[in-house]
Design a binder for this molecule. Structure first.
Ligand code: ADP
Ligand code: MG
Length: 338
């Protein structure tokens, strides 16, 4: 989240054509920008999207009781099935597929590990969990491959699976929002959740323009103009985290070690679908350098930017073509995805 932020330079010709709305969901600011639609379309869009984000937040919340995911997790732990709508089933099946494509680096079944690290809750602080506790959860080997979808029910053969969709839910909600906009006849819009976004159409005569910020904040390092319909998502090691004895522990957990992923500061991907971009950014933040291009390929990602701990840039050619560096261009290592 938030490597990217949106810079909309309002055109002076028709400033009233840009409509903007902001609200909170998934613990972040959601911004909706619409160009060139009617007042009625704008208000209807805001209403529907606010409602849907709130519903998604309640349904898929990883640790609050009362939502569907809470019920599914309780039943998995008790070895029982949960009835599921077609829509809910599709999201979970897609999550399972993306997990496999990522060699299970994107692994939404590790909710117990995320909770053990204290990232289920508002307050996060050290010390890190005891290694024995981490080891026990690793030995229970939770993956979404153990999910069974039968007769409108979901079940898992492994009771230690606890589903946490934090790595994909925002992308899914953004895709739904864009579908709703399209159904309202809106052709030009951006749905932005804390820097992760999907853009359709353009900003009047010009394209939309997105600023890409360095992981340490500050001025944007580059700008990018989303084409007709694209999602741009970033995962970074600097978002949700705590400091303990001078070390940083962040919220993206390497399912192989049970510890926060190391080596990569941030990953930015471009893909048509926000759901896929979101899952891929999370997976690629964890991937080792030797795995990156294979996993990107398996997940259908061609446009990829990785900034490693040393501050070095690794980029596919198709991503490099999209970026306009605002200062001196950094040294870039080429990623070949094939
Ligand atoms: P952000 O929400 O900052 O954009 P991500 O999309 O990368 O970041 O999602 C991180 C969230 O995903 C964590 O807070 C946690 O809920 C969940 N998560 C952590 N590790 C993994 C993992 N290996 N696979 C899938 N989800 C994960
Ligand atoms: Mg993600």
């Amino acid at each position: 989240m938030s490597l990217l932020f949106l810079t909309i330079v309002t055109g002076c010709s028709q400033p009233s054509s840009l409509y903007q709305d902001q609200f909170l969901a998934f613990g972040t600011v959601v911004s909706l920008s619409i160009w060139g639609a009617s007042k009625q379309q704008n208000h209807e869009a805001s209403r529907l999207i606010r409602e849907d984000f709130a519903a998604m937040h309640d349904t898929w919340h990883a640790w609050k009781k009362g939502g569907l995911l809470g019920e599914i997790n309780q039943n998995i732990s008790d070895g029982k099935p949960t009835p599921l709508s077609q829509e809910a089933s599709e999201l979970l099946q897609q999550s399972a597929t993306l997990s496999e494509q990522s060699n299970h680096l994107f692994n939404p079944a590790i909710g117990k590990l995320v909770a053990l690290w204290g990232f289920h809750g508002e307050e996060r602080k050290g010390p890190p969990p005891a290694q024995e506790k981490i080891d026990l959860l690793l030995q229970s080997n939770p993956t979404l491959s153990t999910l069974q979808f039968t007769e409108g029910n979901i079940q898992s053969s492994n009771p230690s699976v606890k589903i946490d969709l934090g790595g994909i839910a925002k992308g899914y909600a953004v895709d739904r929002a864009i579908e709703q906009l399209k159904q309202l006849g809106i052709q030009h819009a951006i749905v932005n959740t804390g820097g992760d976004l999907r853009a359709i159409g353009a900003h009047g005569e010009r394209n939309w323009n997105i600023g890409i910020r360095a992981p340490d904040g500050g001025e944007p390092i580059a700008s990018l103009q989303p084409k007709n319909d694209e999602s741009i998502f970033t995962s970074g090691d600097y978002e949700r985290m705590f400091l303990y004895e001078g070390k940083r522990y962040h919220h993206i957990i390497d399912p192989r070690t049970g510890w926060p992923a190391t080596g990569t500061r941030s990953v930015t991907v471009i893909h048509k679908r926000a759901t896929i971009a979101d899952a891929a950014a999370t997976a690629l933040l964890i991937a080792d350098p030797e795995q990156r291009t294979t996993i990107a390929k398996q997940m259908g990602i061609e446009q990829l930017l990785i900034i490693d701990q040393a501050g070095d840039y690794h980029m596919s050619e198709s991503m490099q073509q999209r970026l306009t560096f605002l200062g001196d261009p950094p040294h870039i290592t080429r990623l070949v995805i094939r």
